[in-house]
Design a protein around this ligand. Sequence first.
Ligand SMILES: [Mn+2]
Length: 307
Amino acid sequence: MKDKISTTVVTAGDSAYAWGALMLAASMRRNGMPHPVVAGAMGWNDIQKSRIRALGGVEISEIGATKQCLACHKPRIMGCDEVETPWVCWVDADGLFVGDCSEWLKGDDEDEMRIKRCDPPPPDFTPGTLATWRRDVERFRGRALEESRYQTRVQSGVILLNRKWKRFLQAWDEQINNVLPPDVQILMEKGSAYYQTDESVLASLLCFDLDAPRVSEQYKFDGKVDPKRYYLHFGYNPKPWQMWNTYAMRFREEAFRTAEWLVENGIVKKSEVPRPLRRGWWPLYRCLAPAAPFVWKAMKLRRKLRG
Ligand SMILES: [Mn+2]
């Protein structure tokens, strides 16, 4: 079995996302996905690291302190030396695999990037955005296509790519540094051509760079091929290990089961599981969910005030 695994799953997070990464990796093992995992970790403590390592086949790649949103480290982590397989799959740490998704993790076309296309095109995909992307690709990459290859942009929560595209990953990394401020957070201001930060920069290259992989027709991780095998994404903030929001609530059963699996397998003690991930606390967190956006705003403000 082991020699048939050709894909490493990579993810990343600061210490506030360590529980997300743990749950993601646990969802893989629980569903019989033995793929190696590399977790980019910024400021995790020893307990956070040893828990995820206890799942087996998980390596930590340390990320130095940075003010830049960790999503902007995707290309570097996807290209990092800890990955030894020919294929690499970036997966956001705020989600879970449901069912055995091994088949979707297997690459079949080396020239293709398996990634979700936004359908319909999102509001930030405007002629003005395209013009800026084209200008910046030409300015920093030397050349650019006249017309965009695609009529929409991609969503970068899950990205499967063959490692022969190492230079493209470097180009993506460089372009992030070229066009985004060094302290960029999750989102740029509304109206920016790079509103979705790393995701927008990737889209600009896929649309206009001459040496970009092709975007796959099928994404597969969304359950359209098999509704029992997909990747679920805890959209919006706060995240379920902090507090449930009304969108993410629909995924609670998977989250509870994954947390219970961690306890049953001796990775964590029940008392160490964050309360929102414990079934018994659900009645309380269900009541609190409508307030989640305000709690999140307060959390952000507090962080800002602390500097
Ligand atoms: Mn996410």
